[in-house]
Write a protein that binds this ligand. Structure first.
Ligand SMILES: Nc1ncnc2c1ncn2[C@@H]1O[C@H](COP(=O)(O)OP(=O)(O)OP(=O)(O)O)[C@@H](O)[C@H]1O
Ligand SMILES: [Mg+2]
Length: 301
C-alpha cells in the first residue's frame, strides 16, 4: 500500500519586484509524493522549480495553497511550531552550490556533526565523531577527510559531505535542488549513482530537481514538468519519455541531444507557444500509482 508523504495543494507563490510589479513564480501547482519514491521536477530555467522546493521546505511562505508533509500543514504557523522538531529532522535539503551551503570555516567532521548536536540526536555510532565517520564512509570518503575544510575539497567531495550531513539525520524526505549542476560531467555520474544507491539503502522519499533529462530518466520513478510556474504534466519516467503528452514536454524532450551525428542532424526541433498553456486546461497526470524502478547500478565508492 503506498502512503502519501507529501501533498502539495494549489501552491502559488509570487515575488514582488517593484511596488507595482509582482511575478507569479508558482501558479496553482498540485502533486503528491508517495513514501519511498524518487520524483523528478524538470522545466526550463525560471519555470518555478526552486520556488516549489523552497516553499515545501519552509524557506518561503507560499502566497496560496497548502502543503501537507506527513499530514502536517507546514504552511500553518501553529502546526509548524507544534511539529518543528519532526519537520527539521526528517526533511533535509541539498543545494546546487555546496560552496555556499557548507560553512567554509568548519571541518568536515563538525559540518556533519552539527545537525545531530543541534537536534540532540544520540549518535547510533557511539560518539558524534564516530557517527560522522560512518556517514562519510557511506558517501565514499574515508576518515582522513574529517579534519579537512570545504575549500580543501573538490566540488564532488563537497557535495558528498553535504549529502552525508543530510543523511546524518536519517531523513524520510530529501529535496535536492540541481545537486549536480555545478559538477564536472564524470563527477555528476558518480553523485547520481551515489544518490541511487543511498535511496535504495535508506528508502527516503526524494524530490530531485534537474535540468538534465537523461539523468532524470535514469534516476526517477516519476517526473513532473514545470512551465511558466505551472505543473503541466506528471507521469512515470518511462511513460513520460516514451509518450510525452504536453506540447511543452515534447519540446523539452526534442531538445535533448542524440549521441548519433546522423540522427542529430536529421532531428526536428519541436516548437511550443506558451499560449498553449491556456488551452490545455487541466494538468495531465498519468497512472500515478504505477511506476517502474530501474535496478540500482554500480555503486561509485
Ligand atoms: N528571490 C526572488 N526574487 C524575485 N524573483 C525571483 C526570486 N526567486 C525566483 N524569482 C523568479 O521566480 C521565477 C521562478 O524562479 P525559480 O528560481 O523558482 O525557477 P527555477 O525553475 O528554479 O529556475 P532555474 O532552473 O534557473 O534554477 C523566475 O522568474 C525567477 O526570476
Ligand atoms: Mg532553480
Amino acid at each position: 500500500m503506498s502512503e502519501t508523504i507529501l501533498d502539495v495543494q494549489h501552491l502559488t507563490h509570487q515575488f514582488r519586484l517593484t511596488k507595482h510589479t509582482t511575478i507569479r513564480a508558482v501558479d496553482d501547482v498540485s502533486f503528491q509524493l508517495q513514501r519511498g519514491e524518487i520524483f523528478g521536477l524538470v522545466g526550463e530555467s525560471g519555470s518555478g522549480k526552486s520556488t516549489v522546493a523552497r516553499c515545501i521546505m519552509n524557506l518561503y511562505r507560499p502566497a496560496g495553497g497548502r502543503i501537507f508533509y506527513r499530514g502536517v500543514n507546514v504552511c500553518d504557523p501553529k502546526q509548524y511550531r507544534m511539529h518543528k522538531n519532526m519537520l527539521q529532522t526528517t526533511r533535509q535539503m541539498i543545494f546546487q552550490d555546496s560552496t555556499s551551503s557548507l560553512n567554509q570555516r568548519m571541518t568536515v567532521a563538525d559540518i556533519i556533526m552539527e545537525p545531530m548536536a543541534i537536534n540532540h540526536i544520540a549518535p547510533p555510532g557511539g560518539s558524534l565523531r564516530a557517527e560522522a565517520e560512518r556517514q562519510l564512509h557511506d558517501v565514499g570518503m574515508d576518515a582522513s577527510y574529517l579534519n579537512k575544510y570545504p575549500p580543501e575539497l573538490s566540488g564532488g567531495m563537497r557535495q558528498r559531505v553535504a549529502i552525508a550531513r543530510a543523511l546524518s539525520m536519517e531523513p524520510d524526505f530529501i529535496v535536492a535542488d540541481e545537486p549536480i549542476a555545478s559538477l564536472d560531467v564524470s563527477i555528476q555520474a558518480q553523485i547520481i549513482n551515489l544518490f541511487k544507491h543511498l535511496q535504495a539503502e535508506h528508502g527516503f522519499t526524494f524530490l530531485f530537481i534537474a535540468h538534465d533529462l537523461a539523468v532524470v530518466k535514469y534516476l526517477c520513478d516519476r517526473v513532473g514538468v514545470m512551465c511558466h510556474g505551472k505543473l503541466v504534466e506528471i507521469a512515470p519516467a518511462a511513460e513520460l519519455f516514451a509518450h510525452p503528452a504536453h506540447p511543452y514536454t515534447k519540446l523539452l524532450l526534442s531538445a535533448v541531444p542524440i549521441p548519433d551525428p546522423r540522427l542529430e542532424r536529421a532531428r526536428v526541433l519541436q516548437t511550443f507557444d506558451p499560449s498553449d498553456l491556456q488551452d490545455t486546461g487541466e494538468m495531465r497526470e498519468i497512472c500515478r500509482d504505477h511506476f517502474a524502478r530501474m535496478p540500482v547500478e554500480g555503486v561509485p565508492h
